[in-house]
Structure formats: C-alpha cells, structure tokens
Design a protein around this ligand. Structure first.
Ligand code: SF4
Length: 389
C-alpha cells in the first residue's frame, strides 16, 4: 500500500517544504512539486545499513585521540543538532572547526547576521519585492525553485499581478547563466568588474550620464522600487576580491533611494545554520581549513557532509592524502574514497531528522519520510564519537 505525505527537501538552501512523496514498501515511488535536483535526491535515496559501523566509529575515535593537530571541516550539509555536537567535539579536542562559508562568501554572512547589511526573508521577497538582483549567483542551477517560489514568478501578498507587471529580475554575472536567460535583464561584467559596476550604478543614481540605455533602464527600475533585494552569490564576493566593505557601502547608498536588502545565496542546505550555530557557541573557528592543510597544521581531519578533494584547488586538496581522514557522508565521493574511515550516514529529511536554516535564516524541521535500513544520522554518529572521546 502506498502512503502519500508532504515533506521538506534538503536539496539546497531553498528548503522547499511543499514536497509531496508517495512511499510504498519503504521506497519512494513518486515525488511532486520538487525541482529535478530535489526529485532526483528523493528518488535515488538509498537506505544505509549499520553493518560495520561500530568498528568504523571506534577507528574514527582512535584517529582523533592520536592526532596532535586535528581539525573538523564541512558541516554545511547536515543538521543544526549535528553541527552542535561537532562544535562540542572541537571544544573537547581544542581544534579548528571550519566550513565553506569563509572560503566562498568571506565575511558576508557575518555582516548580514550583525545587521551591517540589511536583510529580509524569502517570504518578504515573495510578498513585496519589486526588483530582485541576482549578482554572481545562478539560482536556476543552484536553487532551482528560487525564482518560481520566491523571487520572480510567484504572486505575493502585495504582488498580485505577477512577474509580467509587478516584478523586475536582473542578473549581473560574468556569463549568460541559466538565470540570465529567464530574467528581465542581464548585465555581463568582466572578471573583477563588480566594484566598477557598483560605482556605475551609484554614479548614474546620483545624476551622472549613464554609460548605456540598459543601465539607465536598471536605474529607473531601482528608483521606482519600494523594495529591492540583492541575492549575493560567491561570484560577487570573489569579483569584489573579498572586499565586502564595498558591498556594505553600496547597500548604504542604495538605501538612500529605496529599501534594499541582501540575502546571501548560499548553496549548501544548512550553511546559514552552521554560521549562526558557531557564532552562538562563541567558539573561534581558528585558521581556515585550506590554509591549515597547506601550512601542515592538520594531521587528522573529521569531514562531515563535504567533498573537499573535489572542491578545493588541487595544490590544497592533495594535502588530504598526507593526513588521516574520517568522512561522515551519505554519499560516495572522491573524499570518501580516499578516507581512512568513511562512515555512511542516512540522508537527513529522507531517512533522518533535524533542524536547518534556509538561506534567509528561517528555521525548518526535516523529518524522515521513509523508514528503512536502520542506518545512523550524522548527529547519532557524531554523538557516539563524542562519547568515545
Ligand atoms: S529548489 Fe532546492 S529545496 Fe527546493 S526542491 Fe529543488 S533542490 Fe529541493
């Protein structure tokens, strides 16, 4: 007999909570409302068994006990509860703990959390935004339902006429991305040209002649808007050469004309949760993990829900082969393949549960929609490691 239920997707930082799944014999048979990325995650989800997991956890504890310079890395693709235990382990081991947020977004999330850059929720965007600017971010690929659920196509409380009349969506990027193909306007900028484009916008807003008709149209839309949002991607931060003060100044000036907010377009489903959780814990992260690898300041790494062997530049990632690695991840990745210990956990939101923060900081609960296999969650595995230490 098949059971139908509504659940929440951990496929990206949109955390869509309207996913309908049909489960039969502990297997997901069909998925509705999800994008292709989310649907693939649910339909291809495999249960994990507990075979051999006790030995793997014991081995992980032994590696961490013997390490002189351990480190914990990843944690953007797991629950807040697992992140909290990882922070406890970092305190116990007195070691560095890091994720991808500083690498990809510099201090953008800290600036948003400390209100140095104004922010809002995606629900505010759906209900009120006149203009959405995707800067160095490609929602159509990274957060596929962002435009349809929040930022461009939906009708919201004060946006009843829909995208044709009520909204303007702009992409500023190095190339014509998938998002640029569906949004109202696209501005191609050169590598590192983000600061100059900000200056061009502010200059034209203050009355200087625009350099193009398109820029004039953008300025008119900004002036017309009561509420606008900049969806800041990692492309913007690297384009600014990590000079986020430039973005702070730009937002201050924009807010002299109208209400403008920024939402960091983090990709991993709980990067926002990690940054808030570690800030709340008061624990200093220490040296950035890639730098610690290069400086040989790490001799054992506990990696949770991340694939640094694929993601970090080769001169950095190859250092992973010179240290002991323990990886906790539901997936098989190049990093799990080279790990000294790879512990396969269950996928949160399909077989496991926990809390996460959407890209705008709103908290959601992931609940299992399928009971099968009996595998352990990241949280349960980390708890056992903590107890063993
Ligand atoms: S947009 Fe993201 S959260 Fe929503 S269904 Fe797609 S992958 Fe899942």
């Amino acid at each position: 007999m098949s059971t139908k239920l509504t659940t929440t997707c951990p496929g990206c930082s949109c955390i869509c909570d309207d996913i309908e799944v049909s489960v039969e014999d502990s297997k997901i048979k069909s998925v509705s409302n999800a994008c292709r990325k989310g649907a693939a995650l649910f339909l291809n989800a495999k249960p994990q068994s507990n075979d051999g997991i006790d030995d793997e956890i014991d081995e992980a504890i032994e590696i961490l006990r013997r390490a002189k310079k351990p480190a914990i890395f990843g944690l953007d693709n797991t629950t807040i509860e697992a992140q909290q235990i990882a922070i406890e382990i970092a305190k116990e081991l007195d070691c560095l703990i890091d994720d991808y947020s500083r690498i990809l977004y510099g201090d953008l999330l800290d600036l948003v959390l400390s209100s140095k850059i104004p922010t809002c929720t995606l629900d505010d965007v759906r209900d009120r935004a006149d203009i959405s600017i995707f800067w160095g971010s490609d929602a159509m690929n990274s957060q596929p339902r962002h435009l349809s659920k929040f930022s461009y196509f939906p009708r919201g409380e004060h946006k009843q006429k829909g995208w044709e009349f009520d909204r303007h969506a702009v992409v500023i990027d190095l190339y014509r991305s998938s998002s640029a193909k569906v949004c109202s306007e696209f501005f191609k900028i050169d590598q590192g040209g983000d600061a100059a484009f900000m200056d061009a916008i502010l200059g034209t807003l203050s009355g200087k002649p625009p350099s193009s008709k398109e820029l004039l149209r953008l300025i008119n839309e900004i002036k017309k808007a009561n509420f606008g949002v900049i969806f800041a991607g990692s492309g913007l931060i690297s384009g600014l050469n990590r000079d986020t003060e430039k973005l702070v100044g730009f937002m201050e000036k924009l807010n002299e004309y109208s209400e403008f907010c920024t939402i960091p377009m983090v990709k991993a489903y709980n990067m926002r949760g990690f940054v808030e959780t570690i800030n709340d814990s008061g624990l200093e992260r220490g040296e950035p993990f890639p730098q610690a690898l290069v400086n040989q300041d790490v001799d054992a790494a506990l990696i949770v829900g991340a694939d640094p062997l694929s993601d970090l530049p080769f001169p950095v990632s190859r250092k992973l082969r010179e240290i002991k690695t323990i990886v906790i991840d539901p997936r098989t990745t190049p990093t799990t393949e080279i790990a000294d210990v790879a512990i396969h956990s269950v996928i949160n939101g399909i077989f496991g549960e926990g809390s996460v923060r959407r890209m705008d900081g709103v908290e959601f609960k992931l609940k299992p929609c399928c009971i099968a296999g009996g595998g352990l969650s990241d949280e349960a595995i980390l708890k056992r490691i903590m107890e063993g230490l």
